[in-house]
Design a protein around this ligand. Sequence first.
Ligand code: APR
Length: 271
Amino acid sequence: MLAELPPELIVHVQHATTLLRTAQRVCILTGAGVSAESGIPTFRDKQTGLWSQYRAEDLASPDAFTQNPQLVWSWYQWRRQLVQDKKPNPAHYALAQWQEYITLSQSAQQLTLITQNVDDLHEQAGSTVTHLHGHLGRNRCSQCDTPYIVPTLSAADQVNFSIDLLNCDQCGGYIRPDIVWFGESLPVNAWQTAEDAAANCDIFISIGTSSLVYPAAGLAHLAQKNGATLIEVNPNPTPNTIVNITLAAAAGVVMPALLQGIIDSCPTPKD
Ligand code: APR
């Protein structure tokens, strides 16, 4: 894997690997880019088809849902169908294998994985992960917050705008996705986990995020303020100017090479 990378990237991956081998505490924040190679458009990719006339930011808000719950709910039904058949890619598997390696080798390293994504590809790959922005597959009442189980849409289901809006069994309120919308607070426990991990890590790795949306984008600054080394995995430049090591390539290419470097240098896991 490493040898297949462009020479200028190999040097940076080796530098990152050298630091990661001895890091006691690693905090990783992923964004939509980690799922891009699984075929899920990133959050700021232009929307397609029926939704091309809308910006995601204009639909993912409490006001949009209040003004037109049918439109917002149908958008999420469309997004659910979009991810229905998507599978983890090598970046997801590398992160899950890293966590597994730490467990099997009884390494003292602590790895905390935080995601801004609402898909479940980290979980499908076997990772333990904390979601800052909620879960696309979960729903709750927009009035009383009671969780609501919606039958999973098959890829064949057509989103029928006239019947999709659902009502809460408890209070009759409209059902909404269990996702953090713009202007809403992040789940308290998830944010606490993320803050603690960022504030106490030796190395902070951001993977596939534009680092545009706070408070998640502030985690890198919190890590740096506490002396962490910052690594960024992104084929495109981001406004994150405090990064120490930039791995400017796709996560599905970089992460397996990074993991190979970490594991090859360490003793094999105890059976
Ligand atoms: N590997 C790594 N990074 C990639 C890849 C890839 N294969 N493909 C694209 N990227 C990068 C893009 O260059 C971009 O910087 O992923 C990033 C995706 O950025 P966004 O679409 O802004 O997604 P994200 O950073 O996750 O957005 C953060 O903003 O709108 C809110 O709640 C929403 O969780 C989302 C948050």
